[in-house]
Design a binder for this molecule. Structure first.
Ligand SMILES: NC(=O)c1ccc[n+]([C@@H]2O[C@H](COP(=O)([O-])OP(=O)(O)OC[C@H]3O[C@@H](n4cnc5c(N)ncnc54)[C@H](O)[C@@H]3O)[C@@H](O)[C@H]2O)c1
Length: 248
């Protein structure tokens, strides 16, 4: 597997779900990981305790990726703690599903602010940090939903398609600085994000997946480490579906 000894990695939403799996995979591969989160402190503390064997190689930070001031402060602090930034994984994301006629402004704004503006905020400051060493790998957690669309997910699908478009533009801007930016597009992955789906909908979605099952966080983490590796040096501005055959 890939080695990340001596590398510093930021994973937003890195203390649970897909992000938690990504954090674990980077720790196992030798990286120092700053896993960020918003919300539940106790769950984050439990995550830290569960990974106590990694000691100072796992650092947790709490802030809102949608708030540009909080993101700027996070990066100011980051620079005092770490000498470089090799990898940024923009994983933090939310869903607030509703059919378009009922979708209120805050459902639209919250999803776009977290998923898309959050990616912009983190990428902007992440690129600045990476440019200093003329090296970097950015991986954005998009979704097949951003290409297929699902009923009730106009806000979510728009935010995920926006991440893809953002990556395409940024890839062209930073290529000559040896910084790559790619997207992974998971299908249905077993996490708390989709735990609220009614049983009949889960059945229906599983029947649409050619592999007839939902994916595991480890299966997404594997692809993220591939894009983040030194070896993936000539791959930028691409998308990889991790969806059991449910491709757009
Ligand atoms: N689970 C799936 O089926 C699936 C499929 C495709 C894409 N995704 C994407 O994968 C990513 C992770 O999803 P998950 O299933 O692990 O979800 P999750 O709800 O388990 O985890 C989301 C994480 O994002 C963090 N977060 C949410 N809002 C934030 C904010 N404003 N600022 C900072 N952090 C914030 C949370 O603290 C949490 O750690 C999301 O971007 C999601 O859209 C998930």
């Amino acid at each position: 597997m890939y080695q990340f000894n001596g590398q510093h990695v930021i994973v937003t939403g890195g203390t649970r779900g897909i992000g938690g799996g990504i954090t674990e995979a980077f720790l196992k591969a030798g990286a120092t990981v700053v896993a960020t989160y918003s919300g539940n402190d106790e769950a984050a503390r439990n995550f830290k305790e569960k990974h106590a064997l990694y000691g100072d190689k796992l650092v947790l930070k709490k802030f809102n990726v949608a708030n540009s001031g909080e993101v700027e402060n996070f990066f100011k602090e980051y620079e005092t703690l770490f000498p470089s930034l090799e990898v940024l994984v923009n994983n933090a994301g939310i869903r607030r599903d509703n059919i378009i006629a009922s979708m209120n402004e805050s459902e639209w704004d919250n999803v776009l602010d977290t998923n898309l503006k959050g990616t912009y905020n983190m990428t902007r400051f992440g690129v600045l940090a990476m440019m200093k060493n003329r090296y970097g790998r950015i991986v954005n957690m998009s979704s097949v939903g951003g290409k297929l669309g699902l009923q009730g997910q106009a806000n979510y699908a728009a935010s995920k398609a926006g991440q893809i478009a953002l990556s395409l533009s940024v890839s062209k801007e930073v290529a000559k600085r040896n910084i790559t930016i790619n997207n992974v597009c998971p299908g249905f992955i077993e996490t708390e994000l989709i735990a609220d789906l009614p049983e009949d909908q889960v059945k229906e979605y599983k029947s649409q997946v050619p592999m007839k099952r939902f994916g595991k966080v480890e299966e997404v983490a594997h692809a993220v480490l591939f894009f983040a590796s030194r070896e993936a040096s000539y791959i930028t501005g691409t998308n990889l579906d991790i969806a059991g055959g449910l491709n757009a």
